[in-house]
Design a protein around this ligand. Structure first.
Ligand code: NAD
Length: 255
């Protein structure tokens, strides 16, 4: 397939973890993937890794919390490819601390990256998608946006709840342009983020609260991304798809 007729997928936070695996899956599905990340070194390295496997991939530096940086990235994408068919918002940050001591700056920073950043990327991508009458927006939310997952997630859980609300709003307003917007709510997944955030004790307790009794894999989240980005998901719009080993289904532990 030539560059001209390949679908283009932009993945924020695509250099690592869930975003990187989503980029891999979309590349094998035939997309030209753009790895957009604040970490340029890792983004370039990962794009090269995909190219070495014969896929079409580029890297572009983005800080989703800086409007000018988001604009520059989407201007570059439109200038170079003329299209943006798929957007996966995986860039995100998480810091935990008790509610009564929660630092307002950390709260604001989390909302800036996880919510405003997602909003800005969605808006600019959707403006390009609208010109082609096709688009797939996939936001990586979290089960923490649907339930309070343990203590300390005041900013993170709130931000992911907002991402879910944003997704539903876009599903309603963008449908007429052939654009769908859906969210995925992963349970815990082994990534650089959780390696830093989850202690051994937390990991054990969390696994026990999940019917599957384990963390998910990035591949299991990427499978959902792949489906929601595909042509056959056209009638799926505004959903939150939990990929959580049954965590949200479970209410009362081992009784
Ligand atoms: P990660 O920390 O392993 O990777 C996040 C990526 O985002 C990194 O490459 C990082 O450089 C990039 N990033 C951070 N800030 C950025 C910014 N301002 N602009 C652009 N890029 C930025 O995280 P992950 O575990 O792969 O998580 C990916 C997404 O999935 C996040 O939104 C996270 O909240 C969500 N999520 C993760 C889990 C989990 O258990 N890992 C569970 C539910 C939801």
């Amino acid at each position: 397939m030539t560059l001209a007729n390949k679908k283009v997928a932009v993945i924020t936070g695509g250099a690592m973890g869930i975003g990187a695996e989503a980029a891999s899956a979309l590349a094998s599905d035939g997309h030209h993937v753009i790895i957009c990340d604040i970490n340029t070194t890792e983004a370039e390295r990962f794009a090269q890794h995909l190219r070495d496997q014969g896929f079409c991939a580029d890297a572009f530096q983005i800080d989703v919390g800086t409007p000018a940086s988001v604009s520059a990235a989407f201007e570059w994408v439109e200038g170079k490819f003329g299209r943006c068919d798929v957007l996966v918002n995986s860039a995100g940050i998480a810091k935990t601390m008790p509610f009564l001591e929660f630092d307002a700056d950390v709260f604001n920073r989390t909302m800036l990256i996880n919510v405003t950043g997602t909003f800005l990327c969605c808006q600019l991508a959707a403006r390009i998608m609208r010109k082609h009458g096709f688009g797939r927006i996939i936001n990586i939310a979290s089960v923490a946006g649907m339930r309070a997952v343990g203590k300390g997630r005041t900013a993170y859980g709130t931000s992911k709840g907002a991402v879910i609300a944003l997704t539903r709003q876009m599903a309603v307003e963008l449908s007429e342009y052939g654009i769908t917007a859906n969210a995925i709510a992963p349970g815990p997944v082994d990534t650089p983020m959780t390696k830093e955030l989850h202690s051994d004790e937390f990991r054990k307790a969390y696994s026990n609260a999940i019917p599957a009794k384990r963390y998910g894999t990035t591949r299991e989240i990427a499978g959902a991304v792949s489906y929601l980005a595909s042509d056959v998901s056209a009638y799926v719009n505004g959903i939150v798809l939990p990929v959580d080993g049954g965590f949200l289904a479970w209410g009362a532990g081992d009784i």
